[in-house]
Structure formats: structure tokens, C-alpha cells
Design a protein around this ligand. Structure first.
Ligand code: 1PZ
Length: 223
């Protein structure tokens, strides 16, 4: 069929990968497969998300960058470097929770370059995309620049320095048009909408899961 002949687009891969992550963080918690081994009793019974699986999904997102143009090369490098550092860590550390536990033990949760800090930043990147998609779909916002500006203001700007914010807002003027973005992504309005909704729905529980890794250890999220 034509559906089958259609190649998987970047957006399909991203939606699919996050649906799998969402499945991981949701299903395990429910059906009693939590970790109940002795000695772990005082730990919260949370599903475990494998670090490598998480990083693989996050890496797919960076293909979206190439569709945004040169001005966001810096954002791409930032994001890719942080995912890369977590992927490197995944050779020794299996799960997201262990990443945080190790930094808690070291007192390095917020230290620049620490894995816990990088995880927090990657999470903000995932949330930024979610917010961008929501803006993109809201009232069929015709301007990608407007959608991206609102999304960035909501999700990332509060945590960025003045210098970074100023550079990002200047870069917004160079974003492609809505139609150009769709074309770059090999999507139509209709096909993109479906996949963006899938990502929005799937990323929410993943983002919430990551937040709870911090808050359940009494780490605030104001950074
Ligand atoms: C979805 C695309 C929307 C359009 C445009 C939005 C562009 C956002 C640009 C973000 C620029 C980030 C510049 C560098 C920020 C660093 O100061 C911080 C702090 O790093 P640290 O001090 O902890 O080492 N880095 C970050 O916050 C990581 C940036 C990740 C977000 C990048 C975008 C995510 C994905 C977009 C994919 C299309």
C-alpha cells in the first residue's frame, strides 16, 4: 500500500521512540513489577528507565535541528554534547536514577557538566520541543518564529542567562517559515499534526518521570 511505501520521516521516528519510553515509565509502575528486593525497601518503587534507551530516543530529536537552520547550530551542539555525555555514561551506569544517586553522593547534582545537570538540561530540551509542537498546532499558528518564541519563553528562558536569551531571541528571526519547516521534515500539515500530537502525549509522562527523580530526592527544580 502507499502507507507502507512511505518512508519513515524524522518526526515518525521521534514519536515512536518516545512512545516506547512512555510505555517504560508507565507500565512497570502499575503491574507490580516494581523492584521489591530486600534492602531496597526504603527506596521509592519507581520503574527504571534504561539510560541508553533514553539517550537513543533523545539523539533522534537532533535531526529536527537541521530543519531549523544555521542559527540554531549552537543549540544543536549544546544538546548533542549533553546527550553524548549521558550516552558515554551509559556504558557504566544503567539507569537514570543511578545517574542522580551518584551525583547526590558526590554533591555534584548541579555542578556544571555533571550528568545530573546534563540530564536536567536535556529534559528541558525535550520539554521545549513539546511546547513548540503545542504552539505549532494551536490555532494553526502560521509563524514558526512566534510558536518558537512562546515555547522558548515558557520552558527554557527562565533558566538561561541574559546573554543566551538575547542570542536565542535574535536567532528566532532566522527560523524558516512554517511551510518550509514542514517541507524540511518531509511532512504535510496533516501528517505532522498527528506525529506532533503523539510526541506531546508521549513526552509528558517521560518528562514528569525525570522531574520526579529529582523531587523524590528533595532536589528542587528551580535551576
Ligand atoms: C524546538 C526548537 C525551537 C526553536 C528554537 C529554540 C532554540 C533554543 C535554543 C537553546 C539554546 C541553548 C543555549 C545554551 C544554553 C546553556 O546555557 C544551557 C546551560 O548549560 P549548562 O550551564 O548546564 O552547561 N544549556 C541548555 O539549556 C541545554 C540546551 C538544550 C536545549 C536545546 C534545544 C532542544 C532541542 C531542539 C530541537 C529541535
Amino acid at each position: 500500500t502507499t502507507a507502507k511505501a512511505k518512508a519513515k520521516t524524522p518526526l515518525s521516528s521521534v514519536a515512536e521512540a518516545f512512545e516506547e519510553l512512555a510505555e517504560c515509565v508507565k507500565s512497570q509502575g502499575k503491574n507490580g513489577s516494581q523492584n521489591t528486593t530486600e534492602g531496597n525497601n526504603n527506596k521509592q518503587h519507581k520503574p527504571e528507565l534504561e539510560l541508553e534507551t533514553f539517550c537513543d530516543a533523545c539523539s533522534l530529536v537532533s535531526v529536527l535541528f537541521s530543519s531549523l537552520g544555521l542559527a540554531f547550530k549552537f543549540a544543536e551542539c549544546e544538546y548533542v554534547a549533553k546527550v553524548g555525555s549521558l550516552l558515554e555514561a551509559s556504558k557504566k551506569v544503567n539507569t537514570l536514577q543511578t545517574i542522580i544517586d551518584l551525583d547526590v553522593a558526590n554533591g555534584s547534582v548541579r555542578t556544571a557538566g555533571s550528568h545530573s545537570r546534563n540530564l536536567r538540561r536535556v529534559r528541558q530540551g525535550l520539554d521545549l520541543i513539546r511546547a513548540l509542537f503545542e504552539q505549532f498546532l494551536a490555532n494553526d499558528e502560521p509563524s514558526l518564529k512566534n510558536a518558537a518564541t512562546v515555547a522558548y519563553s515558557q520552558v527554557c528562558a527562565p533558566f538561561h542567562t541574559w546573554t543566551v536569551r538575547t542570542a536565542v531571541y535574535a536567532g528566532m528571526y532566522t527560523l524558516p517559515s512554517r511551510d518550509q519547516l514542514l517541507q524540511n521534515l518531509d511532512e504535510t500539515d496533516k501528517s505532522a499534526e498527528k506525529k506532533m500530537r503523539r510526541y506531546i502525549k508521549a513526552s509528558l509522562p517521560v518528562i514528569q518521570y525525570i522531574d520526579e527523580l529529582y523531587t523524590s530526592r528533595n532536589i528542587s527544580l528551580d535551576w
